[in-house]
Design a protein. Structure first.
Lengths: 135, 135
DNA sequence: CTAAAACCCTATCGGGAAACTAGGGTTTGC
DNA sequence: GCAAACCCTAGTTTCCCGATAGGGTTTTAG
C-alpha cells in the first residue's frame, strides 16, 4: 500500500508541475487545493527539498518550485524518496537491499523469484513515467 | 511491502506443494524448515484453510495438505487471501475498492492513473504464476 | 525599518496494525 | 487412554504512520 506521504507528495508535485511558469507556489495553496493538512504537507515538501527535487524561496511571495523540468523527473526518483524501496521485499530491492533473516539461500527461495518479477514490472512503469506524465 | 504473514504463507505453501504426494505435512516440520515461529505459522495456515486453499487432518499423523493441484492455484488467490488488495491504492483495487477521502474526481487524479498501470502490471505477474511455479 | 508572510526544524503523540504469544480445547491413531 | 496433532480465541508487544505543536529564521513589501 502506498503511504499517504507518497500520495500527498505526488499530488503536490503534480500541482506544482501543472503551473505555466516556475514561480514559487505556497504550501497553503497546495494544501487547500489537494485537501491535505497544511503542516503535514509542509514536512513532505521539506523532504522533497532536501532530496533535491524542489527548491524554495522564503519570505513574502515565497514558496516551492521545481529544480528540473517535469519531463526530467522520473517517478522512480520520487517514489524512492517518499516511499523508500519499490520492491515488495527487501531482498529484491536495488536501492534498499537487505538480507532476510529467515531464508538461507535467495536462489532457492520461492518468494524471491516471484517478487523479482513484480519488481521488474513495477520498475518499468515508474521508469516510463515522469512528473510531466501525471500532471 | 509484503507482510511477513504473506511471505511465510507463500513459503509454507511452496513447501507443501513441493512434496511428491499429497500427504499431510505437520506445522512443526514446515516451521523448522522455513524458520518460522510455530504458533504464528499455525495461525496463517488456519487462514489458508478457512479460505479453502488448504485442508487438514487432525490427530497423530495429521497435518496440512493442498485441496487443489499447485498448477490450479494462481498467485492472485493466495496474495488476496493473505495480503489483501494487490493495488497500491484502494481507489484502483478490483476486489477491495474504496474511494479516497481527499480527491474529488478519480479521472483527473494524477496518482490514480499511475497506480492503475502498476496494478495492471503486478496483476499480470500474479496471474501468470501459480503455486507450481514457485516450488 | 519593521511587521507580516512564508518557509525551517524538532519534538511529540495517539491510534492502529503487524507480528507474534499464551493457553487451553478437540480430534485422532495406536 | 494418552500423546500427537490441529483448532480457536484472545491477548500483548512493538512499531510506525499520520498528524500536530510550537516555535525559529529569513525575506520582502510598504
Amino acid at each position: 500500500m502506498l503511504s499517504k506521504k507518497t500520495k500527498y507528495g505526488l499530488k503536490a508535485l503534480a500541482y506544482i508541475a501543472k503551473q505555466e511558469n516556475n514561480d514559487p507556489i505556497q504550501i497553503a495553496e497546495i494544501a487547500k487545493s489537494e485537501n491535505i493538512s497544511h503542516k503535514y504537507l509542509e514536512s513532505i515538501l521539506l523532504t522533497l527539498r532536501k532530496a533535491g527535487v524542489l527548491s524554495s524561496k522564503k519570505g513574502k511571495g515565497g514558496g516551492y518550485y521545481l529544480l528540473k523540468a517535469p519531463k526530467k523527473i522520473p517517478m522512480t526518483d520520487i517514489i524512492r524518496i517518499l516511499e523508500g524501496p519499490i520492491a515488495m521485499v527487501p531482498c529484491v530491492s536495488l536501492n534498499y537491499y537487505e538480507k532476510c533473516d529467515d531464508c538461507e539461500d535467495e536462489d532457492t527461495c520461492s518468494v524471491h523469484k516471484l517478487m523479482l518479477q513484480v519488481r521488474d514490472n513495477t520498475l518499468e512503469v515508474f521508469r516510463n513515467n515522469t512528473l510531466a506524465d501525471i500532471t
